[in-house]
Design a binder for this molecule. Structure first.
Ligand code: B12
Ligand code: SF4
Ligand code: SF4
Length: 346
């Protein structure tokens, strides 16, 4: 079995993963429901967890609002790589005689919770597998951060009946997260609670990250319906200007209003389909993940790129352009009332 464990870890690395590890039924014991390996595979004993890096040049262009599509393309590709890598490894383990389940990298939710898929609860949480198996740490943002690559990774996993020996969590004293809070400063939605944290215990070890406020906050902003930061000085890649409510319970109506308008915007190019949206979606944020580099100076630089690159407006042909706050205001005021109302309250 030891040999199989080494082959599995090597296989994942040869496939381009920057980090990998193994969690087991025992090391995940006591965790939230999304750590129950048997939920996806009865008789499962362990899970292989891994991370693939996102392209840093594409991140720079995205965060400085020079090019949206390059990072969106890379994000889609790396997600496909993570899902495909999982399928490939699961196939290998199956051929070795162990039933195995490839976890889909993202956008796949349980349907047996009260709100169904709308609750956005995963069958298996990749983040929990990753922190418990030493692939990375929890950053304050709740993103998994890797010592060299930071948070800009896509996680993958395979659940298997093979009894693989677990790898250890990384030493907490080496976690680079220093509570700089640039993840929160880069978030227009306020999804990460600024004060409260949650602790999850996995196999007797505690892991901590910021409490999530309503997920709808991130869906509203990262989903692309709106994106202007409350300072008015910078935005995500969304050209929407709809206000970001204060209270969690105000997000559902805001999201519904956003959706009705969003569907009438000209196509900005690229995009992807998401099961919870009747329309094509576009990647417009991810800032909490993209700013979080291991080096504090680099984190600050990325935060500056984001906050000094202005506000995105949409041209009639669908193209997006980042301009300074004043110019954005003038452009919006110059739009025919009907078009302007697609982007902001008038
Ligand atoms: C649902 C989901 C979302 C939701 C909810 C996020 C969340 N839970 O924090 C939304 C849409 C908001 C979201 C946003 C983002 N996501 Co997302 N998302 C997922 C998904 C599918 C599951 C997340 C998860 O593990 N939730 C469980 C825990 C971590 O959430 P929690 O709220 O803290 O859970 C609490 C309770 O709900 C309870 N609980 C936990 N599990 C369960 C299960 C049940 C049934 C119940 C009842 C309760 C319960 O315990 C917790 C403590 O109280 C994963 C893919 C996957 N299958 O793992 C990707 C994933 C986490 N997302 C990812 C990314 C990158 C993002 C974004 C950056 C968006 C983007 N542009 O890509 C943002 C980051 C926001 C942030 N700061 O966390 C990456 C993260 C990579 C990394 N480095 O960590 C993942 C791992 C996808 C991937 N394969 O790489 N995401
Ligand atoms: S941006 Fe700063 S506070 Fe947020 S997770 Fe990264 S290192 Fe931690
Ligand atoms: S992806 Fe964007 S909106 Fe969602 S939590 Fe991160 S910064 Fe906030």
């Amino acid at each position: 079995m030891d040999n199989l464990r080494e082959i599995v870890l090597d296989q994942v690395k040869l496939g381009g993963a920057c980090a990998c590890g193994i969690a087991t039924k025992e090391t995940l014991a006591g965790g939230p429901e999304s750590t129950d390996l048997a939920k996806v595979l009865p008789g499962a004993k362990s899970a292989v967890s891994f991370a693939y890096p996102l392209d840093t040049e594409a991140i720079d262009l995205f965060i400085s609002k020079k090019d949206r599509r390059l990072h969106e393309r890379n994000n889609i590709d790396v997600n496909l790589l993570a899902s495909g890598g999982a399928l490939n490894l699961a196939g290998y383990l199956e051929m070795k005689g162990y039933r195995s389940f490839p976890v889909i990298a993202n956008n796949y939710y349980r349907t047996d919770t009260p709100g169904g898929a709308l609750d956005m609860m995963p069958d298996i949480s990749q983040r929990y597998l990753a922190v418990r198996s030493g692939v990375g740490y929890f950053g304050l943002s709740g993103n998994v951060i890797i010592p060299k690559e930071g948070a800009a990774v896509i996680l993958g996993a395979v659940v298997t009946t093979a009894e693989l020996e677990p790898t250890e969590p990384l030493p907490p004293e080496d976690n680079y997260c220093d509570n700089c809070r640039l993840c929160m400063a880069s978030c227009a939605s306020g999804m990460m609670d600024k004060e409260d944290k949650v602790t999850v215990t996995l196999g007797g070890i505690d892991f901590e990250y910021s409490k999530r406020r309503s997920y709808l906050r991130c869906e509203y902003v990262c989903g692309g319906f709106t994106g202007l930061h409350q300072s008015g000085k910078w935005s995500t890649w969304s050209p929407g200007r709809f206000p970001i409510p204060e209270k969690d319970e105000e997000f559902l109506p805001a999201l519904m209003n956003g959706l009705a308008n969003y569907s009438q915007w000209p196509d900005m190019g690229g995009g992807y389909y998401h099961v919870l949206s009747p329309h094509k979606m576009f990647l417009t944020c991810g800032n909490c993940q993209l700013v979080c580099h291991p080096d504090l100076e680099e984190r600050k630089r990325r935060h500056r790129l984001l906050t000094e690159s202005g506000v995105v407006v949409q041209n009639e042909d669908g193209s997006l352009e980042a301009v300074q706050q004043e110019e954005a205001k003038q452009r919006m005021e110059g739009l025919p009332q009907e078009r302007r109302a697609l982007y902001e309250m008038v």
